[in-house]
Structure formats: C-alpha cells, structure tokens
Design a protein around this ligand. Sequence first.
Ligand code: PMP
Ligand code: GLN
Length: 383
Amino acid sequence: MSAIQIKSKLPNAGTTIFTVMSSLSVQHNAINLGQGFPDYQMSEELISLVNEAMKTGYNQYVHMNGYMPLKEALAEKVEYIYTTKVNPDTQITVTPGATYAIYTALTAILHPGDEVIVFEPAYDSYIPSIEINGATAVTVQLQFPGYSIDWNEVKSKINERTRAIIINSPHNPTGSVLSENDIQQLRTLTKDTQIIIISDEVYEHLIFDDKKHESILKYPDLLEKSLVCFSFGKVYHCTGWKLGYCISSEYLMKEFRKIHQFNCFSCDAPKQVALSQFLKNRENYVGLGKFLQKKRDYFQQLMQQTKLKALPTYGSYFQVYSYSDISDESEKDFAIRLTKEFGVATIPLSTFYSSGTNNGVLRFCFSKKKSTLETAVERLVKL
Ligand code: PMP
Ligand code: GLN
C-alpha cells in the first residue's frame, strides 16, 4: 500500500459497465451490442468539412462559450423545430460532450445537503456527478415494463432540500419517451419551487413511430429553470468526437460558464466550424429518426427468431429484451455468459439501478450495420 492516502470522493465507484462489457467483448471476440456506439461510418460530408476547417487554419482556441456561427446555427435549429428563440450569445455553451455538460450543470447548482431526484434505471454518470458535489440522489423507479413515471411518487419525494430533477428523453437504457402529460406534471410539481430541471436530451432526433420529442426547449417557462444537455457525438454517429452543448436561461448559464471556463475552457475548434456549416442543411438532422427507426425495425424483426422478448422502444440507440423465458440467472451473470459462450455483448439493466433491481432484462444497442445485427442474431438464436 502506498504511504500516500486520499479520502476517495467516490468510495463505492467501480469501473463503468460500458467499459467492463466492451473489454469483455474484445476479450471474447464477441459482437458488441453493449456500449452505445455506431459501427457504421459517420457522414462523409461532415468529415470533409472538418478536414477543410483544419486546412483553412481553424486550429486555435475558439471562444470559451463556443464558436459563434455554430451557436447561431443551433439557435436557428431550435427556433425551427421548437419555435423557441434562444440567444446564442448568452444561452448556449459548447461542451466536450453531454456527460461533461451534465456534470457541469450539477456542479454549478449543487451544494452539500442538496437532493436531486433521479429516475432509475439511470444513465451511469448521474449519481456519481451528484455525489461528488456532496449532494444526495433520491431515486424514483420507472414503472416496469413500460418505464413510465409515477408522478405521485415524485411528489412524495420532493422537500425543501430538493434542488433538481434529472429527466432523460428519449431514455437510455429503455428507449421510453416522455409525453406532453409528463411535461405538464413536471411543470405542476416544480411551479413555485426552487427546483432546477436538468434535461438530458442526447437522443434528441432519434425518436420513432412519428412521436414528437418533448424537449424542454419547447416550453420557454420551463427552459427558464432548466439546463438542457445535448451530444453531437450521439446524434451525428461520431461518439468518439465527445462534443456537445448546453442550452439554458441566461442566469443559469452564467453559473454554468463559471465552472466551464476553469475546466475545459474551450472545445475542439475544427469540429465546431464543420458543424456550423453542416447544421445549415436541415436534411442533416430531420431524417435521423427514420434512419434509426429502420435499424430498430430490422433488429426487432430478426430478434423474433430468438427466445428473447422485446420491450417497446420509441427512441435512442437501444432496445430492452426480457430473457425470463430462458433463464433465472441474474442480469449480470446472464450478460457475462452471453458474451463468453454465445459471443454477443449486451448491458444488464440492473447496473442502472442503485439497488441493483433485476427484472431479467438486457439492453441491446441496434445502431449497427445490418451485417452486425444479423451475425449477432445468428448467435442469439442458439440460446
Ligand atoms: N446521456 C445519455 C443518456 C447517454 O446515453 C450518453 C451517452 N453518450 C450521454 C449522456 C453522454 O454523451 P457524450 O458522449 O456526449 O458525453
Ligand atoms: N452512452 C453510451 C451508452 O449508454 C456509452 C457512454 C460511455 O461509455 N460512457 O452505452
């Protein structure tokens, strides 16, 4: 043991399940339907725009809040889709990914003793990002198997310490989406309170079956008390770019930027320049939902040959499947065996619950090439 001892800020944190399952997948030469990333090429046009930006000389720091033409393009998109005007100068900040935006948002608003309501299953960074700020996560379980919110339970958990509520739609890991009624419930519960909404909208355009994305950006009264986080990486099939942004009201954004300026300060310049041009063409984002819906439909149809039972997904990269007809093993054990013995990596949903809730379900990522999905299902039919 080293002579130097530190008091861990996250004493209970292990290695994130995404890294664990991806490593296991490589080790066993499995098809990786675990961690959420596409295995197909991103837009060639966007790649060329980045190359061009670098050759033109956009290789130095851009403004700490983001490259202005990109923020203007985002504001234009927000107005076009949600009919809400946001000021690109004061309400948008470009960040190195959405995880960072969520962390920065929480760090800007939380103090020791504060509570944050988190719906579980929850994306794995939320609770550590709350706890590192000395605050406490108060969890509410989404109702299995539809993964909807029991707003009465949320109401019962709100008290004077409640500082924030984190929402995520389309939802990782379940693919459920919030409805207009959910937003209305959120409005009622947060009215005349000090509660701030952190809205994780990384799967913004990736929504299916003609459902409408209930973005906080649609509701200026809610945006006033919200920090809304997005990911270019997720939406434009380049998760390795780690680039995103946050939109908020002016007064919350001021606090967000105080943290941001001493952490990342300024994000990747050539990619911001490229995206500012790419976003001018609406075709580059309006068709994304349909593109991914085709992948969901294809995967779901292939999966009918297996004994796994699909739960509905209306957005994101993911679909949850139940294996309760096959085995009563724990989700973690089953996911490990599936990787080792059948060559398909997935993510056990129990890892998205602080209490380890086990419903006998696994998350599959379908943002993959047809051939990848086909090979995975050829293996899964053997189950
Ligand atoms: N939130 C959710 C719900 C996610 O699935 C992800 C995964 N990409 C993120 C945040 C983080 O996005 P980024 O890679 O841009 O940090
Ligand atoms: N968001 C991705 C997922 O849910 C992975 C991100 C990560 O590996 N941290 O699979």
